[in-house]
Design a protein around this ligand. Structure first.
Ligand code: ADP
Length: 482
């Protein structure tokens, strides 16, 4: 039952059904067109031949006498009659002594000069097409001795106007049309059966790749995302398969990133938690000196600070991913903005014996969210401090490049190997994990910076040489005066 339902609901079935329906309508229209046109042409030709014959008969000299004497040259199955009024009675002369069942109205019309065609039923003989036209003899007086066959006309007749009736059977036309109808009645269903079979076959072939795509897609959903759809053709279905493959690839990458992210995040939180547990267990094992407790508590506080930092950054990134991070854009004068941060950073540099310099010549203005821009510049500066050995120096510059303001932070620190550069903006990516952790880093700082820069329509770039130093460029669109 379900199988039947599936077939009825399939595109292939609907396609074939529509195809057959359209084809049947077209074929019926075509057949009716052929039938009607042929019938019209045949009837028209018959009418024309009747008209020409009537004209021919009218031109014979004394044709009524010839017809009456029975010597009229006849054509096969042709019926000819003259109707006229004599002594107020309607009389008939026909060359085969056959009465044609024609309505008096038609005869009267013909005598009065109005010619007409009509179809009559005769038995035997079937249907006849007849033409009634007015006939005016050259010599109105017909001599009775010329009337051989009719006993009625003994006296001399005067015929001023008569109705000439010419009739021919429509049997041939009917036979031709019947033959055509029989051919059509056999040909249409036969063509529909052949076309239907062809349609089912073609639809089956056309939809085979679709079924292939569906099967593979179902398997991919059930098993793993590393599988791809194989459709060799270069047509629309080939392109569909390519697009689906690209989508699956993106999904695979996203799932892998997600997996990596979860494992990195738990790893990042497990390490400080393990330290806190170990330190507290150790401290509680036996009574210790106040200095030892002090040290244990310092380590616990340091690790919980680290954990809280990681959790805060994770929360911010999660909010960013969900599009829930709020930004309030306002005009920011970068010169004053950086200058205000300078004092705090200088204290940190002094603590680590680093020299801090700033070159902020241009008063440049951007539109930005103060809190997040501060976080962005502060992250870059803390990395510079974190990864530069004591005695080194850090330089902040502010410059302009076309329509962008460029904040650059250079340090003389350990630098980043060029093969690592493409990855440093990824979440939890660290060039030297041990070093980063010991310096208090979480591997989330630059990912956050990238997100903030993106939200400001800017760019973040890095140039670095190992053991020489690194320069981070933050490029933000300038506010243009209009
Ligand atoms: P972390 O919290 O570990 O510093 P980030 O995302 O801020 O994480 O940085 C990612 C990695 O990039 C760092 O682990 C570090 O290896 C490298 N890095 C960032 N800034 C610098 C820099 N100024 N000098 C050298 N390496 C850096």
């Amino acid at each position: 039952m379900n199988k039947i339902k599936n077939i009825i609901n399939s595109i292939k079935f609907r396609f074939t059904l529509w195809y057959l329906l359209v084809l049947s309508i077209l074929m019926i229209m075509l057949a009716s067109g052929v039938y009607v046109t042929l019938s019209q042409v045949l009837h028209h030709n018959l009418d024309e031949s009747l008209r020409r014959r009537a004209e021919q008969i009218s031109n014979f000299r004394d044709v009524i006498s010839i017809v009456a004497s029975g010597t009229f040259e006849e054509e096969v199955e042709e019926l000819i009659s003259f109707y006229f009024y004599s002594e107020k009675n309607l009389r008939q002369i026909s060359h085969k002594e056959i009465e044609i069942p024609v309505a008096q109205e038609i005869i009267d019309l013909a005598i009065s000069g109005i010619s007409s065609f009509s179809t009559i039923e005769r038995s035997p003989g079937g249907k006849f097409r007849l033409y009634a036209v007015c006939y005016t003899p050259d010599n109105p007086f017909i001599r009775p001795d010329r009337f051989r066959r009719s006993q009625d006309f003994q006296e001399k007749l005067e015929i001023r106007r008569a109705a000439l009736i010419v009739a021919r059977p429509v049997r041939d036309i009917e036979a031709t049309l019947k033959g055509l109808l029989q051919i059509l009645l056999i040909a249409i269903p036969l063509t529909l059966v052949c076309a239907g079979g062809g349609g089912v076959f073609l639809a089956g072939r056309a939809f085979k790749p679709v079924e292939q795509i569906t099967d593979t897609a179902r398997e991919i959903e059930e098993h793993d995302l590393s599988r791809r759809i194989t459709v060799e053709t270069k047509d629309e279905l080939g392109r569909l398969a390519d697009t689906l493959n690209q989508m699956i690839e993106r999904l695979e990458k996203a799932f892998n990133r997600q997996k990596q992210f979860t494992s990195d995040a738990s790893h990042e939180l497990r390490a400080p938690l393990a330290i806190i547990q170990a330190e507290s267990t150790l401290a509680l094992q036996k009574v210790r000196t106040p200095e030892a407790y002090q040290r244990s508590l310092e380590i616990i506080s340091q690790e919980s600070d680290h954990m809280s930092g990681v959790i805060n950054q994770l929360l911010t990134l999660a909010r960013a991913d969900a599009g829930k991070e709020q930004f309030t854009f306002e005009t920011i004068h970068l010169q004053t903005f950086i200058r205000d941060m300078y004092a705090d950073v200088e204290i940190l540099c002094r603590e680590k014996n680093l020299q801090l310099e700033a070159s902020l010549p241009d008063p440049l203005t951007v539109k930005g969210d103060k809190k997040s821009l501060k976080r962005l510049i502060y992250n870059i500066l803390s990395n510079a401090i974190r990864y530069t050995a004591p005695g080194g120096s850090i330089l902040i510059t502010l410059g302009r490049e076309d329509a962008t303001a460029v904040v650059s932070v250079s340090d003389t620190g350990i630098g980043i190997p060029s093969n690592e550069l493409p990855f440093i903006f990824e979440r939890f990516y660290r060039v030297d994990e041990a070093r980063s952790r010991s310096e208090g880093g979480s591997g989330l700082g630059l990912a956050m910076c990238q997100y903030i820069v993106d939200m400001h329509g800017g760019l973040i770039e890095v140039e670095s040489q190992t053991q020489k130093g690194s320069t981070f460029h933050i490029k933000l669109p300038l506010v243009t005066d209009r």
